[in-house]
Design a protein around this ligand. Structure first.
Ligand code: AKG
Length: 404
């Protein structure tokens, strides 16, 4: 409890230079009996980690706040009322029996294509089962990622901290958006981002060396995911009557990132979000989660929880696919909510174009009677705008909409 109060003071004054004097002044006010040595050791560690994580990336690791046992979240994590979970929306979500469709990829191809067409039109998101990715690999990856967050000392994890003030830097972080605006509400999430493809970007020495199998598993998973992503993009192209390679050709060489997200228990889930509402920037995201649940997709104006499905992989259409398909398929707007009792883990695998690729609606989908709905954009410019303005739903993609 005393540590929680100290953390609250740290956060309130938002200082990088909380001195021992501050502690000693604070202690008598709190008037609690704590074994002195124990107090000193614990407080030193927790405040040291708090400040090192802030210095390294400009944001404190959420896990440190969660472990300190604070009873109220710091103001930077409080969402504006319109973004919060209302008790009524919670009840509706849990009563709702709609779930994203699950498509069995082992079925006959024509029926798979028909299911994909329906799911892309209606949801922009669907589960795939019998997808060919070994269940053991998925389980092992979830296990080592969770173990990185849960089982190792903070000072070891901080050796892999993201570069401060650099967008999409690889490593252990908490704050995706590096915009200077102080009004950005922070996500209740820590993450580890890995640059995995093309192979020229893959340098496992930037990834955790603990637990020991971590690096090999991330590399193996990356190799499996690219195969599945290509297969799905071919099926998605065919579901629109396009040649199978149409979306792949428009994307070019795939830039793949794998992000493990860790959402520690949150004392006030009703005020926070694990990850704010957004659609992914690239072409297709493949996501696995644990059995805790907390991912929601926006469908027809309502947030619906994606019930975890063992062994399934969730497919999320991303913004460039919406542009390439000229809006026939829309990218999925999604977010992660928090809970008070159990940490949650997800692993998202993003497939993006290279920064210099110009993306525009596929020529086969554009005609005089079906004009382009989006202006073309160089992907790097799209990414810069996403990071500087923030995702806020689909604001960046909407900026490309043409008046047709
Ligand atoms: O944790 C989740 O389920 C969502 C992760 C996600 O949307 C992301 O990493 O972009």
């Amino acid at each position: 409890m005393l540590l929680a109060s100290i953390m609250e003071v740290c956060l309130k004054y938002h200082t990088d230079y909380l001195t021992w004097t501050g502690f000693w002044l604070y202690r008598p006010i709190n008037n609690q009996e704590v074994e002195e040595k124990e107090f000193e050791a614990e407080a030193t560690t927790i405040v040291f980690h708090y400040h090192s994580s802030r210095k390294m990336e400009g944001a404190v690791r959420v896990q440190i706040l969660s472990q300190a046992g604070i009873s109220e979240v710091p103001s930077q994590y409080i969402q504006p009322p319109e973004n919060r979970l209302t008790p009524i929306s919670n009840i509706l979500t849990s009563l709702s029996c709609s779930n994203v469709p699950a498509i069995d990829l082992s079925h006959e191809k024509e029926s798979v294509i028909a299911d994909i067409r329906e799911a892309c039109r209606e949801w922009g998101a669907f589960h795939v089962i019998n997808h060919g990715v070994p269940t053991k690999l998925m389980d092992d990856l979830r296990r080592v990622c969770l173990s990185f967050f849960n089982d190792f000392p903070m000072e070891d994890k901080l050796k892999y901290a993201c570069q401060p003030n650099s967008a999409a830097s690889q490593g252990y972080g908490s704050r995706m958006l590096v915009s200077s605006q102080n009004d950005t509400v922070l996500d209740w999430r820590d993450y580890f981002d890995h640059h995995t493809l093309p192979l020229s970007r893959r340098n496992p020495s930037f990834w955790p060396h603990f637990p020991p199998e971590y690096r090999t598993l991330v590399a193996d998973y990356s190799d499996e995911m690219i195969v599945l992503a290509r297969r799905l993009l071919r099926l998605i192209s065919e579901s629109l009557g396009l040649r199978a390679s149409c979306i792949e050709d428009a994307v070019g060489e795939f830039y793949q990132n794998i992000t493990a997200s860790y959402y520690p228990p949150c004392p006030q889930p009703e005020l926070t979000l694990g990850l704010q509402s957004h659609s992914d920037m690239g072409s297709i995201t493949l996501l696995i989660q644990d059995d805790v649940g907390g991912l929601q997709v926006l469908k027809d104006g309502e947030w619906l929880t994606v019930q975890p499905l063992p062994d399934a992989i969730l497919v999320l259409l991303a913004d460039q696919t919406e542009i390439i398909t000229n809006g026939k398929y829309r990218s999925s707007v999604h977010r992660a909510v928090t809970n008070a009792s159990k940490a949650r883990l997800s692993v998202a695998c993003f497939h993006d174009p290279a920064k210099e690729v110009r993306v525009s609606p596929a020529s086969d989908l554009v005609s005089q009677s079906s004009p382009p709905h989006y202006s073309s954009i160089v992907y790097g410019d799209y990414v810069s705008s996403w990071y500087s303005k923030g995702p806020e739903g689909k604001r960046n993609l909407d900026a490309l909409l043409l008046d047709t």
